[in-house]
Structures are given as structure tokens and as C-alpha cells.
Design a protein around this ligand. Structure first.
Ligand code: HEC
Ligand code: HEC
Ligand code: HEC
Ligand code: HEC
Length: 424
């Protein structure tokens, strides 16, 4: 697909310009092994130290969840669900499950490109599972938690206090008290092996867990369960022992909508497994390498090349011209997720050269040099490569926001075009 497509969605409310996936592929098969290969590059938390967790205010947190539009991706926020035409996950899911009202040939075509935001974890009873300190640190420095999910939590423009307020709200009313860990690590490892937890979970940093593909089939929604299952490496940052062993005994009792099945563990087995999850030493995982920057190309690079190779593929869905697309143009255009409108429109050569609004609302060029001399457009895509390697650049927000970074070749095309004076 080499040209932009403008879709008229049956709803008539939101229009999106087409783009082709750059990464990922089909949803993982139920039988696919998600097991704990230590080679699962990328599931690494940021190396930048987290600031100390502040005390949050749940009431303020509630209005912030509204302001940041968390309900456009997450269920269980306690606020009204976003309508279909605004809900990134519901709309993409409807396309995948043939529920979306559009011509079948359109749906078939979209299914090939819609790979992101097919799932997002729900916050139902989050207080019984997640620690507020984890939630606020994660909001400030999001990283990949789910190895089989292509999209990640976007890095929002949120302050430390706001993150603490949101965390207090999402974990409000937590009942279970933390208890000192008590369990046998060796027996716990055994539980994870017999129950084949590796069928759905990666546990990076420990020896690979056995997989039992047959287990995933009867659970029907096997695909979604694998996509939503977190890398167990991070569990110790997220959950305390008291909450964890109760979760393992009967996940649905803690979170009725969960896709993690009840695995018939005894109390002792649940405690042993919890002890292993929280206490076993973790080998360091390989950081996803930051791709080397390639030299500027000799051959002529035009806007058409940049458009075809980059802008159409991942950027335009969030940065488009609302007049052509008649929707809101996406969060990078008219704002959303708490971002103010930046009016950055990649729909044409002219609009790309027209620049964007700075944080004071003044027009600026998207080629403005940042502190180290890199044009903003290039700095933003390089920042995303760094974010995937666990490095958060305070100077630039990684683009495409929350989605897989561009390849070195894609960055090279942008850099070459800019270096050649941006020919049309
Ligand atoms: C009303 C339905 C609808 C909503 C709401 C929606 N999308 Fe999409 N999205 C689509 C369709 C349809 C495509 C496929 C376009 C194509 O193939 O031409 C798409 C494609 C995409 C793509 C490019 C393909 C991919 O998976 O990378 C991205 C990125 C994307 N959407 C992100 C979002 C985000 C972020 C939101 C929430 C702000 C959102 N979408 C909301 C329907 C929707
Ligand atoms: C554009 C979609 C999108 C928006 C908007 C969004 N998130 Fe997320 N969020 C995700 C995705 C996708 C994940 C899963 C990431 C992963 O597992 O690596 C996630 C994960 C999380 C997690 C980890 C939860 C868990 O069970 O692992 C928390 C906490 C979270 N988001 C909080 C928020 C809050 C609070 C907001 C609003 C301030 C918000 N998110 C807005 C997409 C979104
Ligand atoms: C069918 C797939 C599946 C199997 C098998 C499975 N889980 Fe899960 N597990 C999930 C999903 C999906 C989640 C996310 C739950 C949610 O947020 O609703 C999860 C969540 C968890 C969590 C919370 C992790 C966190 O960091 O938030 C732990 C711990 C966990 N599982 C441990 C286990 C153990 C131990 C086993 C084996 C005894 C196991 N799981 C078997 C699918 C599975
Ligand atoms: C999921 C939606 C989304 C996608 C996809 C996306 N952007 Fe953005 N973009 C945003 C939002 C939101 C902002 C505003 C961020 C802010 O104000 O800090 C933004 C801002 C920017 C900025 C200005 C950054 C700054 O720090 O001032 C640049 C440059 C940019 N995007 C480039 C891109 C490029 C290039 C792509 C594709 C490779 C892309 N974006 C894909 C949502 C998106």
C-alpha cells in the first residue's frame, strides 16, 4: 500500500487516514509459546531512577483520569466508557471481530493494518492487585510489561504529583493488607512448571518455563490471555505477597473480568508460587539495542519517500488534517490524552512544512534544532528508540507515541530528506 487512504467510517463520526503496519503482525496464536526466554529483548524497565512516590489524592486523581482520557484505552476506570468513535481499543477490536459496521471488504483490508491497541489491561479492582507506587512510577516512565502486546502505555505529559493522584484513585479502597512473604521457592518453581504458567506468561530472567499449548485451547480467549499476560519479571514491582497469593488461588475472585484462569492451586502451592515470583533472583535481560544511526543517503530523497516509508505507516493516524479526515485529526493534531493541541499535521508536504504549535501556542517548525542540534522531527523518532531501550529522554517525547520505534532505515530516510533541504 503506497498511498494514503482516507476512510469514511460507517459511524460518520471519526475518520482516520490509512496507514500500514510497520511492526508486529497477526495476533499471537493461542498455541504460540510465550515462554520465559531470557532473550525476550525489550521487557526492560527504564534505567532512569524513579522519583520517590508522593502521597496522592484520590479525588484529584479521578478528575485527572477524566482529563487524560484513560477510558479511551482502559476499562474499569470507574468513569463512563468512552464512546466507540473515541475508544482506541473497542473500535480496533470491533474491526477484528467483524462487529464494526462497514463493508466486509473494508473490514478485511483494515484487519491487515490494525495491529495496535487491540487490548489494554482493565483496572477493575486494581487496588487489590497493583501497588500505588508502581502505578505512579509507571505513568512517569512507562515501559513494556507485556511481551506479546505490540502497543505500550503512552508516555503522557503528567507531573509527579498528578501521577501519584491518579495512582491513589485507581487503587482506592484496597482492602488486603500486605503480609510477610512465607513460602518455599523451590516448591514454588515446581508449581510454575507443573501448571505450565509459561503457556501464557513470559518470565524473563529465570530458566524458561514449560509450555502446554493444549492448556490454552479450552480457555477460548487464548489469544487475548497471552497478549494480556504480563512478564512475571515485573510482578515484584507491582504486587505484594498478601495480594499475590490470593490472586493465584482464584484470579476471578480478585478481578471478575480477568482472562487468567483458576489453576486449582492449594493455599500452600499459591504461597510457594508467590514466594518464587517475588523472591527468585533475576538474571539481567538484554536491553533492546538502540539502532545505530545510518549515514545520510547520497541518492535523492523526496517527501514522497518519507511519506510512503514513515508518515503514512504510523504517524498519520494521530497527526492528520481534520478537514480531509473530518475527525478530530488525532491526539497529535487536536490534542487528547491530556496533551494540548499541537496542530502537527503530516497529511501533505505543505502541512508538514507548516510546523506545529509550541507549548505556548506559537507556531514553530518541526525542523527546529533541539539542544544537541538534531531537528525536532528526528529527535522525536530517536527518542522512541531510546525509550524502548529503557532510556527516557526528558528533552523529547518518543514518536510514534506508545508504538514500536522506527527502524534505522526509516530514520535514515527522514534525516536524509532534511539534510537535502527537504525536496518535495
Ligand atoms: C472508530 C474506529 C477507530 C477508532 C476510535 C480508532 N481507530 Fe485506529 N484505526 C481504525 C481503522 C479502521 C484503522 C485502519 C486504517 C487502514 O487500514 O487504512 C486504524 C488504524 C490505526 C493505526 C495504524 C495501524 C496500527 O495498528 O498501527 C494506529 C496507530 C491507530 N489506529 C491508533 C489509534 C489510536 C491511538 C486511537 C485512539 C486515539 C484509535 N486508533 C482510535 C479505526 C479506529
Ligand atoms: C492510547 C491508549 C492508552 C491510554 C490513553 C492510556 N493507556 Fe495505560 N496502557 C495502555 C496499554 C496498551 C497498556 C499495556 C502496556 C503493557 O502491558 O506493556 C497500558 C498499561 C497501563 C498500566 C499498567 C496496568 C497493568 O495492569 O499492567 C497502567 C497502570 C496504566 N496503563 C495507566 C493508565 C492511566 C492512568 C491512563 C490515563 C492517565 C492511561 N493508562 C492511558 C494504553 C493506554
Ligand atoms: C491462560 C493464560 C494464563 C495462564 C495459564 C496463567 N496466567 Fe497468569 N495471567 C494471565 C493474564 C491474562 C493475566 C493478566 C490478568 C489481568 O490483569 O486481568 C495474568 C496475571 C498474572 C499475574 C499478575 C501479574 C502482574 O504482574 O500483574 C501473576 C502473578 C500470574 N498471572 C501468575 C501466574 C501463574 C503463577 C500461573 C501458573 C500457575 C499463571 N499465571 C498462569 C494469564 C494466564
Ligand atoms: C498515538 C498517537 C501518535 C502517533 C502514532 C504519533 N504521534 Fe506524534 N504526537 C502525538 C501527540 C499526542 C503529540 C503531542 C505531544 C506533546 O505535546 O508533548 C505528538 C507530538 C509530536 C511531535 C512534537 C514533539 C515535541 O516534543 O514537541 C513530533 C515531532 C511528532 N509528534 C512526530 C511524530 C512522528 C514522526 C510520528 C510517526 C513516526 C508520530 N508523531 C506518531 C501523538 C502521536
Amino acid at each position: 500500500m503506497t498511498r494514503p487512504l482516507v476512510l469514511t467510517l460507517a459511524l460518520g463520526l471519526l475518520f482516520v487516514t490509512g496507514c500500514k503496519k510497520t511492526n508486529g503482525g497477526a495476533k499471537p496464536e493461542a498455541s504460540a509459546s510465550a515462554s520465559g526466554s531470557a532473550a525476550s529483548v525489550g521487557s526492560v524497565s527504564p534505567t532512569t531512577p524513579s522519583p520517590p512516590h508522593l502521597t496522592g489524592d484520590s479525588e484529584r486523581g479521578r478528575s485527572l483520569v477524566e482529563k487524560f482520557e484513560c477510558s479511551r484505552c482502559h476499562d474499569g476506570t470507574g468513569l463512563a466508557a468512552s464512546p466507540l468513535e473515541k475508544h482506541c481499543v473497542t473500535c480496533h477490536q470491533e474491526i477484528w471481530t467483524d462487529k464494526f459496521k462497514a463493508k466486509p471488504d473494508k473490514i478485511a483490508k483494515w484487519k491487515k493494518t490494525v495491529v495496535h491497541y487491540l487490548n489494554a489491561p482493565s483496572f477493575e479492582n486494581a487496588g487489590e492487585r497493583l501497588e500505588p507506587a508502581f502505578v505512579s512510577a509507571f505513568l512517569l516512565r512507562p515501559h513494556k510489561l507485556r511481551p506479546n502486546m505490540v502497543s505500550t502505555m503512552p508516555r503522557l505529559r503528567i507531573s509527579e504529583q498528578e501521577a501519584a493522584d491518579v495512582a491513589a484513585y485507581l487503587t482506592r479502597g484496597a482492602k488486603t493488607a500486605a503480609e510477610p512473604a512465607a513460602g518455599d521457592l523451590t516448591a514454588g518453581r515446581q508449581v510454575l512448571e507443573t501448571k505450565a504458567c509459561g503457556t501464557c506468561h513470559t518470565f524473563s530472567g529465570v530458566p524458561a518455563l514449560p509450555v502446554q499449548p493444549s492448556l490454552a485451547t479450552p480457555w477460548q480467549k487464548g489469544n487475548d490471555a497471552i497478549e494480556l499476560a504480563p512478564d512475571l519479571r515485573f510482578t515484584r514491582d507491582r504486587i505484594t505477597f498478601g495480594k499475590l497469593w490470593r490472586w493465584l488461588l482464584d484470579p476471578a475472585k480478585v478481578k471478575p473480568s480477568t482472562l487468567m484462569p483458576k489453576l486449582g492451586l492449594s493455599e500452600k502451592e499459591a504461597k510457594d508460587a508467590a514466594a518464587y515470583l517475588l523472591g527468585t533472583p533475576l538474571a539481567p535481560v538484554a536491553k533492546k539495542p538502540i539502532p545505530a544511526r545510518l549515514p545520510v543517503l547520497e541518492r535523492k530523497v523526496t517527501f514522497e519517500d518519507v511519506d510512503r516509508e514513515v508518515l503514512q505507516k504510523t504517524c498519520r493516524h494521530c497527526h492528520t488534517n481534520p478537514d480531509i479526515a473530518r475527525g478530530d485529526g488525532g491526539p497529535g493534531m487536536t490534542g487528547g490524552f491530556g496533551f494540548i493541541p499541537r496542530k502537527l499535521d503530516f497529511s501533505t508536504y505543505e502541512s508538514t512544512n507548516g510546523g506545529l504549535l509550541d507549548l505556548k501556542g506559537e507556531r514553530m517548525s518541526v525542523f527546529t534544532k533541539t539542544k544537541d542540534g538534531t531537528p525536532l522531527l528526528v529527535a522525536a523518532v530517536l527518542a522512541r528508540q531510546k525509550e524502548e531501550a529503557g532510556e527516557i529522554d526528558p528533552e523529547a517525547r518518543g514518536m510514534p507515541l506508545g508504538l514500536p520505534a522506527l527502524t534505522a532505515e526509516q530514520v535514515q530516510i527522514i534525516e536524509s530528506w532534511v539534510a537535502q533541504g527537504r525536496p518535495q
